[in-house]
Design a protein around this ligand. Structure first.
Ligand code: FDA
Length: 396
């Protein structure tokens, strides 16, 4: 026999991640009766593993141009109305200690668990019901009400439904493409999703220097117009590290990636080294500015024999140019299994940028990673979860 939950809610939120919990807490504080449903056994699982367990919860330098979307203006409104400083104020009110690590990235001093606890406490204070371990069997919509049938057999109804079930990145953590299926059910378009903030794989012939696996070095990684000066890590499959993850979000199959191996050096650095140390060879020269194993691999590839004194300046300048724009053609990425986020998703053209409500389905809201808004590495994606969740929480 089907059990009937006699309680109707003002809003049902699918997904107890950062975006869903934020929306629920904000709406609950406004006196709305909110149910959060998630199939996972724990809330905020991605928060818990984020930032190496310390959660890089926002960034001091949030700016709309650090988010990718088919509509680069879409994120502006929510990011402006609920800023990184608003979230920092919430963290401070809760008494969570934090620090800036690098490039404006803010982390908990203690543990990511503090952020999840803070959101759950905000929900509890606001009377939000959080139902975990609860799959969603069916969703229907009629007469301005959404009716939801849970796998437990519970039926609930509400005039507002929020899709906050994220994207398919890291399926082993319970991530699914459910948001897209549900959005499609309501006729919303989806920008084709793709793994982002993800390591590249290189085909055998492209794996540059066998001896460098595990080595990290500072580079400027470029893909088209996008350029990031951070570390690159050589893996046994290809390339990773923050600089690579950043450009991966801009990459499409067939695009070249270029690496500048001398990001902090003036344009004529190799000729300058030759002037100072004419007797050394190329490998020793490169070792002055990069790890020796990498210098070995690169000098082998450049194939300049003998001491620098015997190499014409013109040839050295050509080598410099090659070292500052070393090209890789990735064979692919490590896919959703390793992607920190999913780019693409529910088309922003379907949504109000102020409230996140679907234009064609009043009462339906889409927030967080499920939407076609993807931030840079470094706290940007959580800020999008907080800002878009807050925006929906104001109106549901
Ligand atoms: P999120 O994915 O967090 O939540 C969705 C929820 O929906 C989950 O609880 C899930 O169980 C539930 N769900 C999914 N399908 C369902 C279904 N069919 N039925 C019911 N429930 C369902 N970002 C950042 O800014 N700083 C950082 O430090 C990191 N670090 C990081 C590390 C790793 C390893 C990953 C994978 C990701 C990050 N990120 C990050 C990205 C960040 O975690 C991500 O962008 C946000 O968690 C997105 O929040 P959402 O609430 O939108 O989705």
């Amino acid at each position: 026999m089907v059990k009937v939950d006699v309680t109707a809610y003002d809003a049902i939120v699918f997904g107890a991640g950062g975006a869903g919990l934020m929306a629920a807490a904000v709406a609950g504080e406004r006196g709305r009766k909110v149910l959060v449903v998630d199939h996972a056994d724990k809330a905020g699982k991605k928060i818990l593993i984020s930032g190496g367990g310390r959660c890089n919860f926002t960034n001091l330098d949030i700016a709309p141009d650090r988010f990718l979307s088919e509509n680069r203006h879409f994120a502006k409104s929510a990011l402006r109305r609920y800023t990184q400083h608003d979230f920092i104020a919430l963290v401070d009110r809760t008494g969570i200690a934090w620090h800036e690590k690098t490039l404006g990235q803010l982390f908990c001093d203690g543990s990511a668990r503090q952020i999840v606890d803070m959101l759950l406490d905000e929900c509890a204070r606001a009377g939000v019901v959080v139902q975990l371990g609860s799959g969603i069997r069916d969703v229907s919509h009629s007469d301005g009400r959404f009716e939801v049938l849970l796998e437990s057999g519970l039926r609930t109804v509400a005039p507002s439904l929020v899709i906050a079930t994220g994207g398919p990145s890291i399926p082993k953590m319970g991530a699914t493409g459910f948001a897209y299926d549900l959005a499609r059910q309501f006729g919303l378009k989806i920008v084709p999703p793709r793994p982002a903030l993800v390591p590249f794989t290189l085909a055998e012939a492209g794996v540059l220097f066998g001896g460098v696996t595990g080595l990290a070095t500072d580079v400027i990684a470029r893909c088209g117009e996008a350029a990031f000066k951070e570390a690159c890590l050589f893996t046994h499959k290809g390339l990773s590290g923050p600089a690579i993850l950043q450009v991966s979000s801009y990459w499409r199959p067939g695009d070249w990636i270029t690496l500048d191996f001398a990001p902090a050096h003036p344009s004529d650095w190799l000729v300058t080294i030759k002037t100072k140390h004419p007797r050394i060879g190329l490998r020793a020269a490169l070792s002055q500015i990069m790890p020796d194993r990498l210098a070995h691999g690169l000098s082998d590839r450049l194939g300049l024999e003998g001491s620098l004194a015997n190499v014409p300046d013109k040839t050295l300048r050509e080598a410099q140019a090659q070292l500052s724009s070393w090209r890789f053609m990735p064979s692919g990425t490590e896919g959703y299994a390793k992607a920190e986020v999913t780019a693409g998703g529910i088309d922003t053209a379907e949504l109000s940028s102020r409230t996140m409500e679907a234009k064609s389905v009043p009462g339906l809201y889409c927030i967080g990673e499920a939407v076609d808004v993807t931030g840079w590495l470094g706290g940007y994606n959580f800020q999008w979860a907080w800002s878009s969740g807050w925006a929906a929480g104001q109106v549901i």
